[in-house]
Write a protein that binds this ligand. Sequence first.
Ligand code: URA
Length: 271
Amino acid sequence: MSLSPEQHALLASLRWQIAMGADEAILEAPVARAPRAAPAPTPAAPPPAARPAAPTPLRKATPHGEAAAALAAGAMTLEALRAAMAEFTGSPLRETATNLVFSDGVAGAPVMVIGEAPGAEEDRLGKPFVGASGQLLDRMFASIGMSRTRELYITNILPFRPPGNRTPTDAEIALFLPFVLRHIALAQPRLLVLAGAVAAKGLLQSRDGITRLRGRWHQVSILEEKVLKAMPTLHPAYLLRNPIAKRDAWADLLMLQREMNDGGIGAQAKS
Ligand code: URA
């Protein structure tokens, strides 16, 4: 059955609400959303049996989140997705950023790297990972024979720089997640590399820290029931501050290289 763009948008909005923890469409009792005249008194009925409280959802669906999901779902190409993100007015980050930072590298490349958010250089140039972290990222991938001119496609969880490079909030991560998921679905990578805690938290929906998550493959559910393998690893900015941790990042890269070789996914492995 083929769906219209509107049906895709509705379905994506529903999936997004479920991902955010909205797992019930109705409540036990009706909710009065507008002020009404006081109802006539009725004979007191016994209170309904208490139901165990549902677990608190990780994050609540919001109107801006639904707008993001609808815009993302309506984008059928990467260019359309970039335009939809530029059109999205649901985040104040858009007002303080200089540029929308969408992607760099080769669309359709086997590996998609997802970082946190643009920094000052990225904001200025409109491209992800072009500052000091980006240079380290390039050197790390070059050491396993991969480059953003061939095997890599690169983006971030947030397309706008948070003022003062602060860490993105959970609400910001959730807000932009529909765009990230659509971005992955349209770019069609074979494997994901999640650079840092924000990307890992957003896509793995985990509260575990990056040091617990890294070093093994995880499954990420993308739109339309697609599941991809994802490797969380340490963010290059962290490695610049903690060079000793580079050995862990190196181990992660070797796992990526092995996966590429085992899966027959072309990268020129360096010995
Ligand atoms: N850090 C990120 O996570 N992304 C960038 O694009 C730059 C620095």
